[in-house]
Design a protein around this ligand. Sequence first.
Ligand code: APR
Ligand code: ZN
Length: 259
Amino acid sequence: MRVIQLGTTAYADSLFRAGELIAAARQGVAFTGAGISAESGIQTYRGQGGLWNTVDPKFASIDYFLSDPAGYWTNAKERGGRLLAARPNLAHEALAELERLGHLAGVVTQNVDGLHELAGTRRLVELHGNGRTVVCLDCGASEPRAGVQARLDREMPPRCRACGGGRLKPAVVFFGEQMPVRAVREAFDLAAACDLMLVVGSSLVVYPAAEVPLAAVEAGAPLIIVNAEPTPYDELAAVVIAGKAGEVLPELKRIAAAA
Ligand code: APR
Ligand code: ZN
């Protein structure tokens, strides 16, 4: 395992080493976390400036939501606005290009911001759902979050239009909720079959999501980690690049495409 800092010759060597591994991949999988969207203006949860450093994670639990939907939506309003305004950055675009070039079979993301889809990734597994959609807990109807966000000033908590009053919740997995079974199965199938696992912007501390890269390593795939801070999996990686996803990923794509 080699951890390198931006701007050193070791950094250039490791970029090249990682780029070569990507160039050789035909069934690679990218596993992403909040760090890949940091440069799109979306706050991460952990590490420097992380949301959980100042906000109690209980506000993202299903028990809290059910006990106080208005409290949840009041807290979530500003973050929801930033999520809807966010656009993919160069890292999201680099992963979509690596899929087009045939090096990635797909992206497994913990993110709910929808930026991989907007960047053009076609095979996308959203382990924690998608925050751009809202579902009704009482009738199952769904609607775009943008419409709900627009009426929060006059409707708190927002109510379902389809059934005339059901409780609306973002279509994301709250702490204490089941993960989407099909997405989890697809993620582990991709990991078991991949010939490269590229982790970008995740602290790798939330389970079962963090088991996906492990499954790839156990299946014999080389692991590359691109993250701003050390992770618990660094020892398992062929290459660890400490840096910003928006700077590193375009470089990796350039090296892989030129190989
Ligand atoms: N480029 C690369 N990495 C970055 C950047 C950046 N620009 N900015 C921050 N990071 C790193 C941080 O150092 C941190 O290690 O990204 C990582 C983000 O970790 P988390 O905030 O824990 O995000 P994630 O791993 O996706 O969390 C998993 O936890 O709270 C739940 O449901 C939530 O999906 C989330 C899950
Ligand atoms: Zn309803």
